[in-house]
Design a protein around this ligand. Structure first.
Ligand code: ATP
Ligand code: MG
Ligand code: MG
Ligand code: MG
Length: 436
């Protein structure tokens, strides 16, 4: 992508409405535009990152055996009356009336809809276990939308739903998602801690929230200090293995959200207990027959008897993750994207657009990098070098390749790693070889 034609409306000034760094940086980098309170348009740069995050989430769901489908955003109120949640959900639910006066709603979550789909088609225990997921926009009329995409009203969520014939099998489905979540967040470059959590309006008894520790997090959390430098996926089993020992080992290290933590009965002595703030990026629930019973989602068991299915649901805040990544990875100059989700792999900076030799070498590097499958932000704009450096740091591209007439006289270009600031001068071919 040539930045001279890329739609990336960066801001020079720090936007005053943004209270936390991720929100400020997303606005300054021209990634999002608020269109109403808590509702955002995703501009090209932001959308590139959103799709990268979404794809990692998708690959790990697929690897865990979940199957992707897509349900609509608009749902019928009748389904929610069946589960009893239509009235319970309260003001967070955006209620809509269509032209025939039918009551509809913009889905805040999809337990009811997926249960309806399930009961329409699945009739036998032989078709289980089943896990279905989608990545779809949700709407929750949050009382205080804030912090940009961290607490939006419209936001992108991955939600999966598991169906099993009995509690043992449901536990295995839960453990698969537990492992899939740890893998997902690690691939994104984040350290997420699974914490025992309250089940809230979703219901059920077994539940974990996945929390990124951050001062700006909205959740109060407690965990054993062993979590601080734990490599949780070291010696992790494969998806087809027995996951119980792994699950027991990980959950034995104490971690709980403040709703679940009881200071009077803390299993961890004060000296070993970390009390911190965190961002909830994922939440998994096992809620048994809470929806299958009232909605009559039953299958025939081995002896023909009608068995209500055991269910779980598993959410990841795909759009919130973007804010969480930036909170965890930035410096005074801007965003530092982990390689896996960076909007571009390489930023190519032309220090003197218009200089024939510099233009020629840049064009050649650009073509070679792109044809090798790398995504390149080529800054070919007619701007001062200082402005180009500042923008490239701001948008956080992991590698910067700097090309100017002075270096080229000596046959070298400069390669900079955004995360460490490390710079190296080297011949064009050697720089290419490092990146490919
Ligand atoms: P919170 O406690 O932050 O309000 P929640 O517990 O209500 O979140 P869940 O119902 O567990 O949310 O939804 C699954 C995931 O969706 C959450 O873990 C979070 O990552 C994401 N999410 C929830 N609400 C929002 C929001 N308003 N904006 C962005 N992401 C959200
Ligand atoms: Mg909420
Ligand atoms: Mg919560
Ligand atoms: Mg939650």
């Amino acid at each position: 992508m040539r930045l001279s034609s890329f739609f990336m409306p960066t801001l020079k000034e720090t936007p005053t409405e943004a209270q936390i760094v991720s929100h400020r940086l997303m606005l300054r980098a021209g990634m999002i535009r608020q269109t109403s309170a808590g509702i955002y348009a995703w501009l090209p740069l932001g959308y590139r990152v959103l799709r990268k995050i979404e794809q990692i989430v998708r690959e790990e769901q697929d690897a865990a055996g979940a199957q992707e489908l897509l349900m609509p955003t608009i749902q019928s109120a009748d389904l929610w009356r069946e589960s009893g949640r239509y009235d319970d959900y309260g003001k967070e639910m955006l209620r809509i009336t269509d032209r025939h006066d039918r009551e509809m709603l913009f889905g805040p979550t999809n337990e009811e809809m997926i249960t309806d789909i399930f009961r329409s088609f699945v009739k036998s225990y032989r078709q289980l276990p089943l896990n279905l997921y989608h990545i779809q926009w949700k709407f929750r009329d949050e009382i205080r939308p804030r912090f940009g995409v961290m607490r939006g009203r419209e936001f992108l969520m991955k939600d999966a739903y598991s169906f099993d014939i009995d509690a043992d099998s449901a536990r295995r489905s839960y453990q698969k998602m537990f492992l899939a979540y740890l893998r997902t967040f690690a691939r994104i470059g984040l350290k997420a801690i699974p914490m025992r959590a309250d089940t809230g309006p979703i219901g059920g008894d077994l539940s974990h929230e996945f929390i990124i520790l951050a001062e700006t997090g909205e959740s109060g959390v407690f965990c054993h200090k062993d979590w601080m430098d734990l490599d949780v996926l070291k010696d992790a089993p494969g998806m087809e293995d027995d996951l119980q020992p792994f699950f027991d080992r990980v959950t034995a290290i104490y971690a709980a959200t403040d709703e679940k933590h009881d200071p009077a009965n803390s299993p961890v002595p004060d000296a070993d207990l970390v009390s911190a703030r965190g961002i909830e990026v994922g939440h998994i629930f096992n809620f048994g027959t809470k929806y299958s019973k009232p909605m009559n989602a039953v299958v025939a068991g081995p002896n023909g008897e009608a068995i209500p299915v055991e269910m779980g649901s598993y959410g990841i805040g795909v759009s919130r993750l973007m804010g969480a990544i930036i909170e965890a990875s930035h410096d005074d100059n801007g965003i530092i994207w982990p390689d896996a989700v960076a909007p571009f792999n390489v930023g190519l900076i032309n220090l003197k657009s218009g200089d024939a030799e510099t233009d020629r070498v840049c064009a050649e590097l650009y073509a070679k990098l792109e044809s090798a499958g790398l995504e390149v932000a080529y800054d070919d704009r007619d701007e001062r070098p200082g402005a180009k450096f500042a923008d490239m740091d701001l948008i956080g591209v992991p590698w910067q390749l700097v090309v100017g007439p002075r270096g080229l006289k000596n046959g070298v270009v400069e390669l900079k790693r955004r995360a460490t600031g490390e710079k190296e001068e080297l011949p064009v071919e050697a720089a290419l070889a490092k990146l490919l």
